[in-house]
Design a binder for this molecule. Structure first.
Ligand code: BEZ
Length: 211
């Protein structure tokens, strides 16, 4: 069965551009974004990896490690890094798994045979410090991902892990949040000293608690 939200992310040992990775040890107590791309030396992937590197400080600020993957070799990954530097102005400093034997791709369900039976699709897994899967995304090879959206989700996950709120459509850091339905309005008055607006009994809006 496909990996689902709340599952413990599978542990694995695999080669990478930064040596052998033992995944759970490598994660330590960080948040992690694990993402696959279909193939080295391809145009959309080249832009994606450059873009992720350009956002490096943003991931660091969120105590989030990034790790890429395709079923190509370490040698290919390393050679391609030069092209990414040349064309995107950024050389990935995060490790790239060389999943030639498909250990990780199979554990995480990154190969969708009816789309392509050899290459990985564009998967994203956000994994929490508790090693549990918090988000999964799957994009086709033809569509590059929006990594600002990945950062936005991390912000929401980190906020909602510690406050009893949810975030509305298109929410961004600093904007109003929604009080979760399980909190009574009596409790909400104590929990949310900034106050809240009751649009409907199930739709209560409060300023972001930690902003
Ligand atoms: C790309 O990254 O450009 C790409 C990779 C595989 C199939 C199609 C496009």
């Amino acid at each position: 069965m496909a990996l689902q939200l709340g599952d413990v992310a599978p542990d694995f040992t695999q080669d990478s551009t930064q040596g052998t990775i033992r995944f759970h040890d490598w994660m330590d107590d960080s948040w992690v974004v694990l993402f696959s791309h279909p193939k080295d030396f391809t145009p959309v992937c080249t832009t994606e990896l450059g873009q992720v590197e350009k956002l490096r400080r943003e991931f660091e600020k969120r105590h989030c490690k990034v790790i890429g993957l395709s079923v190509d070799s370490v040698e290919d990954h390393r050679a391609w890094m030069n092209d990414i530097q040349e064309t995107q102005g950024a050389r990935p400093s995060f490790p790239m798994l060389a999943d030639k034997d498909r250990t990780v791709s199979n554990l995480f369900g990154m190969i969708h045979p009816n789309a392509d039976d050899t290459a990985t699709v564009r998967s994203v897994f956000i994994i929490g410090p508790d090693k549990k899967v918090k988000l999964t995304l799957t994009y086709p090879a033809s569509t590059g991902r929006n990594f600002d959206e990945v950062l936005r989700v991390i912000d929401s996950l980190q906020l909602t892990a510690t406050h009893r709120v949810a975030t509305p459509a298109n929410w961004k850091q600093g904007e109003d949040c929604i009080i979760v339905p399980a909190v009574s309005s009596d409790d909400a008055r104590k929990l949310f000293p900034k106050g809240f607006r009751e649009v409907k009994p199930y739709l209560r809006i409060t300023p972001q608690p930690n902003a």
